[in-house]
Design a protein around this ligand. Structure first.
Ligand code: PLP
Length: 429
């Protein structure tokens, strides 16, 4: 597996004894309706969890219950349905707070997902606190949603975007990172786990080093939250964002956590209902957090669904989830590595959730050819650049085939993947 897991802040690669943490995967699979279907005449093997996860029945039920039982707007109704919906929504916020160890409930802001959360910080705290001559530091392994918002901000204010390089295994160059840090660095914004390569970054070290030069740290947790335990208080970061749909919740809902003083210092973002205290034509005064950053009717059903998803996920046991997925990762890596013609992309020592590969040049196949041949066998994987084009550029490939794991996957899924890849190579050669 990996280097020993750092203290407790994140256990996406927990160094835990698997025998003590066995999950009943069949029972978990039974709770995921979408798994039980045929695709192209074959039983579905779903290995595109990095893109989005399939949903447990309890999450689907939570949506149905909201729409059939208490479908009403929140926060401003005196009638019973509105109050019930408000209670459910605010309960979900408590679930989020507990799930990520946020010090304060009001610091947990509902957003559409990571993309919106990062843009929100760039356009509020970033716009007020990053200026001409300042620097924003990201890694070369970021998802586009952790690149473009900072490019836009830097262009606008005259700041400079700097990039931490990584080596051929997909491991961040920490010496280069340290050298890039300076008093000019106002923000370090990095992924917790790379979506393209699966690398788990040493975020605790990154946070400590960034804080030592006075920079704030934003962690993109899109690919970390679904794979184990994350505690923002223990991590000590300043902002943490994740998308619900990757952690068994509905699409269109996610969470931005930020330290109260920083969110307040960033001020309001979208203007509209719910984010105000009082509006007159002469002057508007603003609401406290979290309302300040949640203008308009929220995705009520999605928030309730997110609460249900996190509750379900927690009850599985997050260390057990991490241990199970580490077992699958090791098993799948071995199976794929043994196949003639497969080149693994992303071989860092510390990984979570992602098996990426390309076929050797002599086979002459584009990753999407492999993806289509796998789909014909009922196997869902993602192919392409995974919204991380700079990563593909560094490896000199147009894209990769990416199989990505969830708790409901099992070794049989990886056996099917390996057999499918062998068959695809046979057809392409
Ligand atoms: N960051 C990472 C690491 C991701 O994997 C993704 C989605 O794949 C995102 C950000 C963007 O998430 P969303 O599209 O849910 O906003």
């Amino acid at each position: 597996m990996s280097a020993p897991a750092p203290a407790t802040a994140t256990a996406v690669v927990a160094d835990v004894p698997t025998q003590a943490l066995t999950l009943d995967i069949d029972a978990i699979r039974a709770q995921i309706p979408a798994l039980h279907q045929q695709v192209n005449g074959r039983p579905l093997v779903y290995l595109d969890n990095g893109a989005t996860s399939l949903k447990p029945q309890v999450v689907i039920d939570a949506l149905l219950d909201y729409y059939t039982g208490c479908c009403a707007n929140v926060h401003r109704g005196v009638h019973s349905l509105s109050q019930r919906a408000t209670t459910l929504l605010e309960q979900a916020r408590v679930t989020v707070q507990q799930h990520i160890g946020a010090p304060e409930l009001a610091e947990c802001i509902f957003v559409r997902g990571v993309t919106e959360g990062i843009n929100l910080i760039a356009q509020t705290w970033g716009a007020r606190h990053i200026g001409a001559g300042d620097e924003v530091l990201i890694s070369a392994m970021e998802h586009h949603s952790n690149i473009v918002p900072w490019q836009v901000l830097c262009d606008r204010v005259g700041a400079t975007l700097k990039v931490i390089p990584f080596d051929e295994s997909g491991t961040l160059d920490m010496a280069a990172f340290t050298a890039l840090l300076s008093p000019k660095t106002k923000l370090v914004s990095v992924g917790h786990v790379s979506n393209a390569l699966g690398t788990v970054h040493p975020v605790e070290r990154i946070i400590a080093a960034a804080h030592a030069v006075g920079a704030k740290v934003l962690i993109d947790g899109a690919q970390a939250i679904p794979h184990g335990r994350v505690d923002v208080s223990e991590l000590g970061c300043d902002f943490y964002v994740f998308s619900g749909h990757k952690v068994y919740a509905p699409t269109g809902i996610g969470v931005l956590w930020g330290r109260r003083e920083l969110l307040e210092a960033g001020g309001h973002w979208h203007g509209g209902g719910d984010m105000i205290r009082r509006v007159t034509f002469e002057e508007t005064t603003y609401a406290e957090l979290p309302g300040l950053l949640e203008a308009g009717t929220p995705h009520i059903a999605g928030i309730i669904g997110l609460g249900a998803a996190l509750t379900w996920f927690n009850e599985l046991g997050l260390d057990a989830v991490a241990a199970h997925e580490q077992d699958l990762l090791a098993y799948g890596t071995q199976l794929l590595s043994e196949i003639d013609g497969v080149r693994m992309i992303g071989t860092a020592a510390n990984k979570a959730g992602v098996l990426g590969f390309v076929l050797d040049d002599h086979i002459g196949a584009h990753p999407s050819d492999v993806g289509m041949l796998l789909d014909q066998q009922g196997i869902a994987v993602r192919t392409g650049h995974h919204c991380a084009e700079p990563v593909m550029d560094q490896f000199g490939v147009p894209g990769t085939v990416r199989a990505s794991l969830a708790v409901y996957n099992n070794r049989a899924d990886l056996d099917a993947l390996a057999a499918g890849v062998r068959k695809a190579i046979g057809m392409l050669s």
